[in-house]
Design a protein around this ligand. Structure first.
Ligand SMILES: NC(=O)c1ccc[n+]([C@@H]2O[C@H](COP(=O)([O-])OP(=O)(O)OC[C@H]3O[C@@H](n4cnc5c(N)ncnc54)[C@H](O)[C@@H]3O)[C@@H](O)[C@H]2O)c1
Length: 361
C-alpha cells in the first residue's frame, strides 16, 4: 500500500534544479501547489551551455515572484559535497527529496568517466546518507525520496517493451551502470533504514529549453549551421521520445505517493521501494523522427522553406554504448497512478522548434 502525501506546505528539495527536468518540475510545483517551499540545488556545471541553465533559473525566479505565498531558495553546490548536503538537510529538513542531479549522457561517460562516479555514485550516496540521518532523534525526516534512473539500464534488452520486471544486469555504458547502481543503493537503504524511495526510469526526454547534448537539439544546431548530421545505426534506431510536460506530470504524481512502510514476518522492514518507467510507449524510428523535426523546424522558420535536407544527412554505424531500441512498458505507472505520457512527437517537436526560434534566432 502506498502512502499519500499532501505536498502543500511541505519542503521539497530538488537537486539538479537548473537542469532540464528539474527546472520544469519546479515551475510546475510553484504554479500548481502554492504554498510550498522548494529548495533547489545545482552545481551549474558546464557539461553543456550554462546560459540555458541560467535561463531556466530565471524562469523559475519569475514563477516564484508570481506565487509569493511559496518559497523558492536556490543553492549552488554539488551533491558530491557531503558537508554541504548535510548542511542543507539540517537547515531545511526537506520532507520530499527529488534527486535529479547527475552527470547525464551515454557517450560522455566513455570519455569522462570520473564525473559519473563523483556525481552519480558519491553524490547519490550522500543523498541517501542524509535521508537516513533525517530520522535521527525520532524526527519525521524524509517521507519520500524520488530519484532519476534511466531507460539505459535496459542495455540491449531483447524483449520489448521494456518492463520493470525485466532483469537489468547488463548495462552497456558506465552511465547506465551508475543508474542501475542507484537503484541497488536505494533498495539497500530502503531495507536498512526504511527510507521510502521511488526510482524513475526516464525515456529520452525532449522539449523546449532541453539539453543541447541530446540528438534532437544537436541536429537542430548542426542543420542551422549548415553542417551534416550523423544518423547512427544507419537510421535503424528506435527511441521512445517522451515530452517534458508528461515527465514532470509523472514525477509530480509519483512524489505524492510513497511506497508504504511495513514489516515482514521477521519483524524487519520490507523495503518501501518502487521503480517505474516513464516513457511514451510509442518508439519512433530515427529517420521518421528526423523527418518530423525538419518539417517542424521549417514551419517555425528556424530553417528556410527550401532547405536541402538530404544534403545534410549522413547515415553512420552504431556507436559504442548506444542501444538500437528503447520502448517503455508503462503498465505499472498506469495501474498505480492512472497516468501515461501521451504527447504526440510532432506536437512536442513543434513546441521545441518554436522555442528554439525564440531563443536563438
Ligand atoms: N533527459 C533525459 O532524456 C533523461 C533520460 C533518462 C534519465 N535522465 C536523468 O534525469 C535526471 C535529470 O536529467 P536532465 O535531462 O534534466 O539533465 P540535466 O543535465 O539538464 O540536469 C541535471 C542537472 O544536474 C546538475 N548537476 C550535475 N551534477 C551535479 C552535482 N554533482 N551536484 C549538483 N548538481 C549537479 C547539472 O548542472 C544539471 O543542471 C538526470 O539524473 C538524468 O540522468 C534524463
Amino acid at each position: 500500500m502506498n502512502n499519500k502525501i499532501n505536498i502543500k506546505n511541505k519542503t521539497i528539495l530538488v537537486t539538479g534544479a537548473a537542469g532540464f527536468i528539474g527546472a520544469n518540475l519546479i515551475m510546475k510545483l510553484l504554479s500548481e501547489e502554492s504554498p510550498i517551499r522548494i529548495i533547489g540545488m545545482d552545481n551549474l556545471n558546464d557539461y553543456y551551455d550554462v546560459s540555458i541553465k541560467k535561463y531556466r533559473l530565471e524562469k523559475i525566479e519569475n514563477m516564484a515572484i508570481s506565487h509569493p505565498k511559496s518559497k523558492w531558495i536556490f543553492i549552488k553546490g554539488s551533491i558530491a559535497d557531503k558537508a554541504m548536503v548535510d548542511c542543507i538537510f539540517n537547515d531545511y529538513k526537506p520532507s520530499i527529496v527529488v534527486n535529479l542531479a547527475a552527470q547525464a549522457g551515454v557517450r560522455y561517460s566513455i570519455t569522462d568517466p570520473d564525473v559519473y562516479i563523483e556525481s552519480n555514485l558519491i553524490g547519490f550516496y550522500n543523498i541517501l546518507e542524509a535521508c537516513r540521518h533525517s530520522y535521527d532523534g525520532g524526527r519525521n525526516g524524509v517521507e519520500h525520496l524520488v530519484y532519476a534512473s534511466s531507460s539505459s539500464v535496459y542495455g540491449t534488452n531483447k524483449k520489448i517493451p521494456y518492463s520493470i520486471d525485466d532483469k537489468v544486469d547488463n548495462p552497456v555504458s558506465l552511465y547506465a551502470a551508475t543508474k542501475k547502481s542507484n537503484e541497488l543503493m536505494a533498495h539497500a537503504y530502503a531495507k536498512l533504514y526504511n527510507i521510502p524511495s521511488t526510482g524513475l526510469r526516464f525515456f529520452t526526454v525532449y522539449g523546449p529549453a532541453g539539453r543541447p547534448d541530446m540528438a534532437y537539439f544537436g541536429f537542430t544546431n548542426k542543420l542551422c549551421n549548415n553542417e551534416t548530421i550523423e544518423i547512427f545505426n544507419y537510421g535503424n534506431c528506435k527511441r521512445d521520445f517522451t515530452y517534458i510536460e508528461d515527465i514532470v506530470e509523472g514525477v509530480k504524481l509519483v512524489m505524492q505517493e510513497a511506497p508504504g512502510k511495513r514489516n515482514g514476518e521477521d519483524g524487519l522492514p520490507i523495503p518501501p521501494y518502487a521503480i517505474y518507467n516513464i516513457g511514451n510507449s510509442q518508439p519512433e524510428n530515427l529517420l521518421e523522427f528526423v523527418d518530423i523535426l525538419q518539417q517542424e523546424l521549417i514551419r517555425a522558420k528556424v530553417l528556410p522553406d527550401d532547405y536541402d535536407f538530404e544534403a545534410h544527412k549522413k547515415l553512420v554505424p552504431m556507436q559504442p554504448g548506444d542501444v538500437p531500441v528503447t520502448y517503455a512498458d508503462t503498465k505499472a505507472l498506469e495501474d498505480t497512478f492512472g497516468f501515461k505520457p501521451s504527447t504526440p512527437l510532432r506536437e512536442g517537436l513543434r513546441k521545441f522548434a518554436e522555442w528554439y526560434k525564440e531563443f536563438y534566432i
